[in-house]
Design a protein. Structure first.
Length: 138
């Protein structure tokens, strides 16, 4: 493979790697920001009825909590309920929310930082792969 096709693979591989890397950076930055400025609260887990058009697997329950200024917020959980880390209906879970936008929530203990680091690693590998391919094409 060479010429225009090889160049296209290198460019798209590098761009994809940069996008994955930036997604990881933004995700980690948001995670650290919510840990730093997030206001702790206790959220009630509420199961929701699955509809045929719901394609999220596993389903994400609703979290309902009250902000420091008395507003009641109900959002979809940023993390799914799993067998290992269930979010049972009717239980309370600790959350941290952004006081400027209470819809931005972090469920304490379930930050999924590994996913963000995975994006970082995938991005670096894709860029390195694209550079390696570019070197072999020259």
């Amino acid at each position: 493979m060479g010429g225009t096709a090889g160049f296209a693979v290198v460019v798209f591989g590098a761009l994809g790697g940069v996008v994955a890397y930036l997604a990881g950076v933004v995700g980690l930055r948001e995670l650290h920001r919510l840990r730093r400025v997030g206001v702790p609260a206790s959220a009630l887990v509420r199961a929701r009825a699955q509809r045929p058009e719901d394609h999220a697997l596993p389903p994400r329950p609703l979290l309902q909590f009250e902000t420091a200024d008395g507003r009641v917020v109900e959002i979809f959980s940023p993390v799914p309920s799993t067998a290992r880390h269930p979010l049972p209906d009717g239980r309370y879970v600790p959350v941290r929310y952004d006081p400027a936008d209470p819809r931005q929530v972090l469920v304490d203990g379930r930050e999924r930082a590994g996913l963000e680091y995975g994006f970082l690693a995938l991005g670096v590998l894709a860029v390195l792969g694209a550079v390696g391919l570019a070197v072999t094409l020259l």
